[in-house]
Design a protein around this ligand. Structure first.
Ligand code: M6R
Length: 332
C-alpha cells in the first residue's frame, strides 16, 4: 500500500468514505476527472467531479460518508477555496492536493498530499498535471487497498508507476516528429480533441493547452459524443487529435475515427507502439509505449503538451505568459 504521510491522521475516517466530491478548476479539474475513473474502478468510491465555481453555488447533498477533495497547484484559487470552506462548514472531511507548501488550501483542508514538484512558472500547467495524476493513482490504490483492491493488483499498478518516467522519456524523444506535425497543423483555426474513458479528460486537457497558448479554438469532448452534435463540424478544415491507446475502448475509438475520416477530417492519432493498423484511418500518428489502461493518461498527456507547445512556438507566441491569463486566479 502506498504510504501518503499527509493522509495518515485521517486514515480511519477515510476507510468509511463512500462518496467523494472532487472540486477544482481548469487543468486541476481535468486531473480530477481522471481521478473519478481511478477512484471508482480501483477503490469502489462513488466519485463526482465539479467545477469549483459551480459547486459553490449548488446545493450539495452530504452525509457522514462523504469527503471532498480539492486539487489546486497554487492552493490559492478563489473558487476552489470557497468550495472547501463550504465543505468545512458542513463538517465534511476535506482533503487537498497542492504544490504550494503553506498555501491557504493546505491550511484549510483536514489533510492532504503535496506535489513537491518545485515551482511551476509557466501559466499553462504541465508538470503539476502529471504530478496530480500520479498522486491520484497513489490515492486510488491506497483507498482501494482499504476496500476491494487485492495486494497483487495494487502492487502491479505501483510497479508500473515506476516505469512511467522511462516511458515518458521515450515520448520526449519524438519531439522533432511532434514539431513536424505541429508545423503542418499550426494554421488551422479550429481543432477537436477526442478520447474516451481514462482519456476523455486528456482530450479536454489537450484542447485547453492548445487554446490557452496558441489561441486556436479547440474543443475537447468524449469520443462517444461525436454523433450527438460535434460531427457536424467535421470537414477538411477541422482536424482532430484522437487519443486511442490500446485499451478497453479502442474499438469504439476506431469506429469514431472512421466516421471522421469518411468526412475528410484530418486525424492525428495518439496510439500504442506497434499499432500499425491505425495509419489506415489517421493522417499522422504519435506513439506512446504500452502501459496499464489506468495509467495511460500519464503518457497521453505528454503529446498534448508538446503539440500545444510547438504550435505556439512556431507561431512566435509567448508560451510562458499567454495573453489574458494569470498563473493564479485569486478572485472569483
Ligand atoms: O492553481 P490551480 O491548480 O488551482 O489553477 C487552476 C487553473 O486556474 C489552472 O489549472 C489553469 O486552468 C491553467 N492555466 C491551465 O493550464
Amino acid at each position: 500500500m502506498p504510504k501518503l504521510g499527509g493522509l495518515e491522521k485521517v486514515k480511519s475516517d477515510l476507510r468509511k468514505v463512500e462518496k467523494m466530491k472532487i472540486v477544482a478548476c481548469g487543468t486541476a479539474r481535468h486531473a480530477g476527472l481522471v481521478g473519478q475513473y481511478l477512484f471508482e474502478e480501483l477503490s469502489g468510491i462513488a466519485t463526482e467531479v465539479d467545477y469549483a465555481s459551480e459547486f459553490r453555488y449548488r446545493k450539495s447533498v452530504w452525509d457522514d460518508r462523504s469527503a471532498v477533495l480539492a486539487i489546486s497547484q497554487s492552493g490559492e484559487t478563489a473558487d476552489t477555496l470557497a468550495a472547501i470552506r463550504e465543505a468545512n462548514e458542513k463538517g465534511v472531511i476535506t482533503l487537498g492536493i497542492t504544490n504550494t507548501v503553506g498555501s491557504t488550501l493546505s491550511r484549510e483542508t483536514t489533510a492532504g498530499v503535496y506535489n513537491h514538484i518545485g515551482p511551476e512558472i509557466s501559466v499553462a500547467s504541465s508538470k503539476a498535471f502529471t504530478s496530480q495524476l500520479v498522486i491520484l493513482v497513489l490515492m486510488a490504490v491506497n483507498f482501494g487497498r482499504m476496500r476491494q483492491l487485492s495486494l497483487i493488483e495494487g502492487r502491479n499498478i505501483l510497479q508500473e508507476v515506476h516505469n512511467i518516467p522511462v516511458k515518458i522519456q521515450k515520448i520526449l524523444q519524438q519531439n522533432d516528429h511532434i514539431r513536424d506535425i505541429a508545423n503542418r497543423y499550426k494554421d488551422y483555426t479550429n481543432f477537436g480533441f477526442l478520447g474516451r474513458k481514462y482519456n476523455y479528460p486528456i482530450a479536454i486537457e489537450g484542447a485547453l493547452k492548445l487554446k490557452e497558448i496558441s489561441y486556436i479554438h479547440s474543443e475537447g469532448y468524449p469520443s462517444g459524443e461525436l454523433k450527438h452534435g460535434s460531427i457536424a463540424l467535421i470537414d477538411p478544415e477541422f482536424p482532430s487529435m484522437f487519443i486511442a491507446p490500446n485499451d478497453s475502448v479502442y474499438d469504439k475509438n476506431i469506429s469514431n475515427m472512421e466516421e471522421i475520416a469518411s468526412r475528410k477530417g484530418k486525424i492525428i492519432a495518439v496510439a500504442t507502439e506497434g499499432n500499425e493498423e491505425i495509419s489506415r484511418v489517421a493522417d499522422d500518428v504519435i506513439y506512446i509505449p504500452d502501459t496499464l489502461e489506468c495509467l495511460t493518461p500519464l503518457l497521453t498527456a505528454i503529446p498534448m503538451q508538446l503539440f500545444a507547445y510547438h504550435v505556439a512556438s512556431l507561431k512566435g507566441l509567448d508560451i510562458d505568459q499567454p495573453r489574458n491569463l494569470a498563473k493564479s486566479v485569486t478572485v472569483e
